[in-house]
Design a protein around this ligand. Sequence first.
Ligand code: PEP
Ligand code: MG
Length: 595
Amino acid sequence: MTFSIHGLAVSRGIAIGRAVLVASSRVDVAHYFVKPDQVDAEIGRVRAGRDAVVDEIHRLQESITRMGPKEAPQELSALLDVHLMLLQDEELVSGVKHWITDRLYNAEWALTTQLEIIARHFDEMEDAYLRERKADMEQICERILRAMKGSQSPIVQPVQRGGRKPSQQDLLLDDTVDVPLVLIAHDLSPADMLQFKQSVFAGFITDVGGKTSHTAIVARSMDIPAVVGARTCSQLVRQDDWVIIDGDAGVVIVDPSPIILAEYGFKQRQGELERGRLQRLLHTPAITMDDQKVQLLANIEMPEDAQVALKAGALGVGLFRSEFLFMGRQGRLPDEEEQYQAYKKAVEGMQGLPVTIRTVDVGADKPLDDSVRDNAHLNPALGLRAIRWSLADPGMFLTQLRAILRAAAHGKVRMLIPMLAHASEIRQTIAHIEKARAQLDRRGVAYGPIQLGAMIEIPAAALSLRLFLKYFDFLSIGTNDLIQYTLAIDRADESVAHLYDPLHPAVLRLVADTIAEGRAQGKDVSVCGEMAGDVTMTRLLLGLGLRSFSMHPAQILAVKQEILRADASKLEAWAQGVCDAEEPGEELSSRPMPL
Ligand code: PEP
Ligand code: MG
């Protein structure tokens, strides 16, 4: 039966495929396809993993038997019997074989997929004792996964099987051809999401998350359709269900009828054609009709993204979120050399164009590690995040500063500091940069000049612009956080997503003043939050005087199209009118926009 689920639109486009349900705790398992001739070896890996766990349990049982009857823990012994029984479970064994043989999933993916199915069956059981066996099943699968760790199969590049994109006709007529897969999870951390960057998945859905949560931002940077905040989606959809993701409307359609499939197939093709048309603007300079030059920059997460930025026509990197180098490493931070190599790679990758490296911004919805989410009672968005975290750990901060300074010897580097609010933080930051330079001097290591910039993303910063303009060469407005902190709305919480309003008059006032004051002092001001890549905002920002936008590479051409069609001088009075309105959102859509 067809039904739809409404969530938040994150990443445009339509994806049509089969659902792959993944529990949040199991996403760090590799997902790739094996070749048909690797199927037997892959099944062998799971078998070997299972045999190793069986041996382990037998050894444990023997050691229990050797204990006297008094010390022998009876409960443990019974539990081990249950585990041995579950290891032979027919549903587990045949299911894993099915995913590997028929779908060519790698062994770990097959095991976790089948575990999801079995876990649901347990959840549906009436008998409480049987329901509790789910935890045992999860435990034995985790143990098999651990046992398999030493036997990774050669990773096959994540590709569409057969190398051919299925046509809509295939989808409608034949359910067994190779089809795209969409990943559905309750939650995905930004680091989890990053893992999927080169993955097999054609789209993503999560139950939780806001539109500018970092998970959503990474999904957007992958330029594939995604919906977050879909509430109970991961419970309502079953493994292998057909699913349509409408990333523009934020809607998920489950089990679509052939007519709906055909309609969305058509929309999907239209979207692809539109993207193709935009490619024609690739080499056109971003200049308004009244000759105002606009700088379009890219936001990147990893050094390799520099290639994507260049291909999209970016004139530089306006935001390199360096924290992604720090995440998902079980707390082991990258050392100076590793960071230096990563920054250098991004700088060289941009072939002489400027690269803005933001110092680490972990905390809030970007934990270093998934296991470090132990302070649920606190409010991490207001806690030790970004520059506060850096200043609290000078050794770590100096390491990063030295690495960035060294990378600056290879090209144009701008250093950007996140979450500043206090004069004391500014002074400490500058002192640390001086110290990092002095340390490099003492070591005789080469480094280059940098421009220093501050993120304006806390209302206190936007209201202390004089201070910021005194110390910094440029400003970058982080609208994602500026909205969060101005409106007291957690950007990662879907339950208050309807109140997260980029067009709130208070937010617009702070953005407008920052642009105006920066320009008045001859300082470069850009916007690097999601607002910069939103085409419905382009003219408003142009009218407010913005001439530098930094966004996901995939958005650059659509924003450029808006710029080419705009007359910036005519937009000025209109933009002020929108900002001064009681409901700027209504004003933006109703007041005729000057062309
Ligand atoms: C922002 O806050 O707008 C921003 C660009 O930084 P981040 O999204 O990484 O917090
Ligand atoms: Mg921010």
